[in-house]
Design a protein around this ligand. Sequence first.
Ligand code: NAP
Length: 441
Amino acid sequence: MKEIGIALLGLGNVGLGTYRILTQHAKDIERRLGARVRVHHVLVREPGRARPEDVPSALLTHDMKTILANPEVSVVVELMGGLSPAREYVEQAIASGRHVVTANKALLSAHGEALFSSAIARGVDVHFEAAVCGGIPIIRTLREALASDRVESLTGIVNGTTNFILSAMADEGSTYADALRRAQELGYAEADPTLDVSGMDAAQKLCLLASLAFSARVSPGSILVEGISTLTPADIAHGREAGFVLKLLARARRVSDGLDVRVHPAFIPAASPLSDVKGGFNAVLLQSAALGASLFSGLGAGALPTGSAVVSDIIDTCRGLLAGVSGRLPLPCAPNVQDVPLLSPGERRGPTYLRFSVSDEPGVLGRIASVLGEKGVSINSVLQRPPRPEDTHATIVVFTHDTREADVIAAVQWIDSLRSTRAPTQVIRIEEGPGLLLSGR
Ligand code: NAP
């Protein structure tokens, strides 16, 4: 039987999951591929450190040169994470004519276009299914299954850490700090959770998805990105009373002359299938012209779910090698992607949730209502809560009708400068419409 040689760079969570799937499913993979996949090397930082027994120590190396010098290695699988030396190693692999599989969304977000361009120039493939939404085959869907279609909108829950935290806040009434601590204890959040809770991890993934869905060049630095650290269980409870669930939403959709791409917490209808996506699960809801609504969901992280996506990419790469073809699928770099105008966040129109913390005195609601009216922000409904032992300020919650975001922000800035306002106003966008529902075309 033919054999295809590969090298894994990294034997952490995903590296070990990948190695185990390759060895434990070896017979199935052989049958499906008609060839054997053989791991020649596993690159780690410290080859001398104790490793799981099922990984032969003879495979371990710290030296990328050993891997590049082995002519049996046709595919380099980068599962190290970080930018350097992952970038240099991937560049070297491509330059030496090796096909590459990577799970590194940070690397692709920062240097993807240059790496993809070099791969095209060198005639090798780069696969990156595991970089977005772990085990869910969403990259494959956008590159292959929907190559026939025109995606109108893509709305997702693409970060398991923040989804775990928001689910705990919603289900148990935990504060953000308590839910984050528990996520860290259970291994859902890193010791430094900044990338996740700031929304930046979701933004990196969304931009990759958007580049494939819309053939557009979109980077996290050019879109609105807001995290979850200021959200409270009270916000979640107020939203629930109005029929909404709070999620960190990653959204990209076509607008009249370009795209609207953003990551921020949003209230979504309880009837949306995304409302049921809990804990470490991820989901992406697509609206496309021919297929209509389609939903992709599953575990967004973890050794085996992510490893399964990596191994699928390895199998795909090997199929190309066996058939003697490469470059079958377009990569998101020039000329396949183009700059497109992005909707400025202030121009978004939609309903908004506003929570005002105010002094408990007569006339405050009237003042807020008149500022909102002056700025053209129309009120849909109002909730009032008196001060409580845990919150000595009165709370006024306003749900607005569809409004231009710049007008909402102008009104909030004015209201926050009033003597009766006790804390910065909480502003949460409400996202509704066909992009959130599994119905219609
Ligand atoms: P991890 O557990 O930290 O493992 C990293 C591995 O890379 C370790 O084996 C480490 O070696 C090795 N490594 C790091 N720097 C190295 C260097 N300079 N030289 C040689 N080896 C080096 O990371 P992970 O969680 O598996 O994540 C790997 C990648 O998958 C990242 O890009 C991540 O974003 C992506 N990803 C992860 C998940 C997930 O669920 N964890 C999900 C989707 C995507 P040592 O063992 O010697 O330290």
